[in-house]
Design a protein around this ligand. Structure first.
Ligand SMILES: Nc1ncnc2c1ncn2[C@@H]1O[C@H](COP(=O)(O)OP(=O)(O)OP(=O)(O)O)[C@@H](O)[C@H]1O
Length: 325
């Protein structure tokens, strides 16, 4: 068994645990690529340990010495409880259960942030703005089961990732229709956070809110139904919900970019935006991103980069966290 750069013994099991998908990969030795990447449905396994064992059984791997995972919730102590799924566990108990010498657990978007400097041009699609400045703060947000938010700050020649919960900031409106939609979300949830609109469930909640404002009973929908009918134009309420989704994401992304001074670029991760393709590029997203009054020019220069969903960069970030542990 060999050690990593800072002493994490190999082989490494790496994981990206979202509310819907649990993605795993295997690193046999130092310098090896991440192999046997596999996504398992979180709903198909009673516990995270079960999902990890299922992955190991399916791939025939055994003897992981270290594991790193990014997981979709705040990580503030030994007890971990997912925000958008029922899995909960003790980090020390999971380490013992899986027989690991080292287990590193970080937020999933913190892990994704750690991977950003290694992404290749082919894994990104730029939506407006100029060139990213070197050694400048980077912003990251991504609608999926929830709304992940993070960033990278340059410090003394290395990148420091942020571990906040920016998906739960209060959603704000820029016109009367948005205010009415957000009011619908507030009635439904009490607090209308960004995630209540900018996630899979949020897309359905926006559709429900549009129907309520139009005095129409909503059809039962999954997030993919709303986006499919919005993209093919077959249901005007879905088209409007998808347009609001993109516009509100622009407002939230612009807020994050202003707060961080993200001249290094604003990255969009998560499973939803890459599926919207040209609709997203032609939506109000970019206009809203820049619509910050006197700071329009400041934001107009910043590139927005959509991360291709086919790649699993959060696994790379988890691997990096293990190297740095
Ligand atoms: N075509 C689609 N259009 C819109 N939403 C979709 C589509 N397909 C799947 N979704 C939704 O995307 C969400 C899953 O996103 P993602 O693939 O990023 O999962 P995840 O990594 O488990 O999420 P998270 O990290 O936010 O917990 C689910 O809410 C799902 O219903």
């Amino acid at each position: 068994m060999t050690n990593g750069i800072h002493g994490s013994p190999y082989p490494h099991l790496v994981a990206d645990i979202g509310g819907t998908n649990a993605r795993f990969g295997w690193i046999e030795h130092a310098g090896a690529e991440i192999a046997d990447v596999m996504a398992l449905p979180t709903s198909g396994h009673p516990t995270l340990a079960d999902a990890a064992r299922d992955y190991l059984a399916r791939t025939g791997h055994h003897g992981a010495a270290s594991m790193a995972m990014g997981i979709a919730n705040p990580v503030t102590g030994d007890e971990v409880r997912m925000t958008n799924h029922h899995w909960a566990f003790s980090i020390s108990a999971l380490q013992a259960e899986l027989g690991l010498q080292r287990l590193v657990v970080i937020n999933d978007f913190t892990a994704l942030a750690l991977s950003l400097p290694s992404l290749q041009a082919g894994q990104l699609r730029q939506v407006g703005g100029g060139s990213a400045r070197a050694n400048a703060p980077i912003a990251l947000l991504g609608p999926g089961t929830g709304l992940g938010v993070s960033g990278l700050l340059p410090s003394a020649g290395r990148w420091v990732p942020l571990s906040g919960e920016g998906g739960h900031v209060t959603l704000s409106a820029v016109n009367a229709r948005e205010a009415a939609l957000i009011d619908q979300l507030r009635r439904r949830y009490g607090h209308a956070s960004a995630e209540r609109a900018l996630s899979g469930a949020g897309l359905v909640a926006l559709y429900d809110a549009v129907c309520a404002l139009n005095g129409r009973a909503p059809d039962p929908m999954r997030p993919a139904d709303v986006s499919d009918r919005g993209l093919n134009g077959s249901d005007p309420a879905c088209v409007e919900a998808l347009e609001h989704f993109c516009a509100l994401l622009g407002s939230v992304a612009g807020n994050l970019a202003l707060t961080l001074g993200a001249h290094g670029g604003v990255y969009i991760g998560g499973g939803i935006v890459p599926r919207l393709g040209a609709f997203f590029d032609q939506s109000l997203f970019r206009k809203r991103f820049e619509a910050k009054g006197r700071f329009q020019d400041y934001l107009a220069a910043m590139p927005v980069l959509v991360i291709n969903a086919e790649v699993s960069p959060a696994l790379m970030g988890a691997a990096r966290a293990l190297e740095q542990a």
